[in-house]
Design a protein around this ligand. Structure first.
Ligand code: RM4
Ligand code: MN
Ligand code: MN
Length: 431
């Protein structure tokens, strides 16, 4: 199937919307100028913003109960890259893809790299998968992988992670994300301390195989699939392990991996303070690991996370550079549309956080003016920066309204014809 959307169509789409966008942009420029802010600087920063796409996000996700496949779903990693190419073409905010092995395993990494380059895409962290058994594997992960009681099973899980590093090297990736679902369903099932000791021992084996310019991202998650005690359940455990392993190990915060009402922005501040904030899996949730679109449930929380990131950047300068990735999976929307929206919502939070008057906020804080401190954040959060986002896309060669442009292009219908469902080909691999 012909890839990407015809550039002429994108230009046509933009031509129709450009006059209205300019009017909105000029009006916003005036509002911001009265606050002493230069819209052009904000737009330039929005153009530099980047968040990685999850390869598993372009397929329809499932729940524990079922998966309802959509039309034209990608059936292999090359088709996933086609969809990622379109998302980046229209949003200009997603220049890299995070792959998941073995779901995305290929025998021809250089062909994959070449295809990606053709779309202006690179590769962000690669993800290992020891939370399900793979065909032909010798030892089962039913009772755990990196924490397994059985040394041969642990060795197999370590070897898989090392294989992921090797594939990542061939693709130009610089990081490995390790999430393990290992844990216990019953009190007593695990010796809690023993399981973590085994985890650390295995993780040291992975860490030793990391190239010097790589990072290992330790992703914690409160529960699921283990329902009583997950070995890497919280940021405290993740932080302790990252400390034990060394400077290349850092913590990854997936927004959906905490108990409801957890103050995630405070976790972000703590990890940044101690130099262990490795990166994010952005998504949104109401109850658990819901993997909904970023900013769809609690956009204020997303803003508060970026407010901490802006503060850390101001304190720590250019060395502060956490990896931004999306991690979502859907049952009811077109995944391409959802990923485009999520990228824009994360970018929106970054721009809104840049609007916070940090000098004024500091003064309010120092004089214990709680009300004005809160208002300083609210003023930034309430500002509709949509025109900045759209202008950034337009100037970078993307679409003013990516979803409308995508729908008008007929891409999904063409994909449905070119990609008839294949038995046994699962795009997300989750259910
Ligand atoms: C996990 C976790 C990982 C992701 C898998 C698919 O809950 O979020 O990051 O790789 O789901
Ligand atoms: Mn995740
Ligand atoms: Mn998750």
């Amino acid at each position: 199937m012909s890839t990407l959307i015809d550039a002429g169509r994108v230009a046509e789409h933009n031509a129709k919307l450009q006059a209205n966008l300019q009017a909105d942009y000029d009006a916003l420029a005036g509002v911001l100028a009265r606050r002493g802010q230069d819209i052009e600087k904000l737009t330039a920063a929005a153009q530099r913003f980047a968040v990685a796409l999850p390869s598993w996000g372009v397929g329809t996700g499932g729940t524990r109960f079922a998966r309802f496949p959509g039309k034209g779903e990608p059936r292999n990693v090359f088709e996933k890259m086609e969809d990622c190419g379109v998302i980046h073409q229209l949003t200009r905010a997603t220049p890299s893809v995070s792959l998941h092995f073995p779901w995305d395993k290929t025998t021809d990494p250089s062909a994959l790299r070449q295809q990606a380059e053709g779309y202006g895409l690179g590769f962000d962290a690669v993800n290992s998968n020891t939370f399900q058994d793979q065909q032909g594997q010798e030892h089962s992960y039913k009772y755990g992988s990196l924490t397994s009681q059985d040394a041969a099973t642990r060795a197999q899980a370590v070897a898989h992670n090392i294989e992921c590093i090797e594939l990542g090297k061939a693709l130009g990736s610089k990081g490995l994300t390790v999430w393990v679902g290992d844990g216990a369903n019953f009190p007593g099932q695990h010796n809690l301390r023993g399981a973590l000791e085994r985890y650390l021992d295995s993780a040291r084996g992975i860490y030793a195989a990391l190239p010097d310019d790589w990072q290992m991202y330790i992703e914690h998650k409160l529960f699921e699939p283990a329902f009583y005690a997950t070995t890497i359940a919280d940021w405290g455990t993740s932080f302790a392990c990252a400390q034990q392993l060394g400077p290349k190990a850092k913590c990854l915060v997936d927004l959906g991996h905490h108990a409801p009402n957890t103050n995630i922005e405070m976790i972000v501040a703590r990890l940044a303070q101690f130099g262990k904030l490795g990166g994010f899996h952005f998504n949104d949730s109401k109850y658990g690991d819901d993997d909904l679109d970023s900013g769809s449930i609690n956009p204020f929380q997303l803003f508060l996370v970026f407010n901490e990131l802006a503060d850390a950047e101001q304190r720590d300068g250019a060395g502060f550079n956490p990896a931004y990735m999306l991690d979502q999976s859907h049952n009811v929307t077109d995944p391409i549309e959802s990923l485009m929206n999520s990228a824009a919502e994360v970018q929106r939070a970054a721009v809104q956080a840049a609007l916070v008057d940090r000098a004024a906020l500091k003064q309010y804080q120092e004089s214990n003016d709680a009300l004005q401190s809160a208002q300083a954040l609210k003023q930034a959060y309430r500002t509709d920066v949509s025109a900045i986002l759209a202008m950034a896309r337009l100037r970078s060669g993307g679409a003013i309204d990516p979803v409308a442009c995508y729908r008008a292009s007929g891409y999904r219908e063409k994909a449905a014809e070119a990609r008839p469902a294949k038995a046994g080909a699962s795009s997300s691999g989750i259910v």
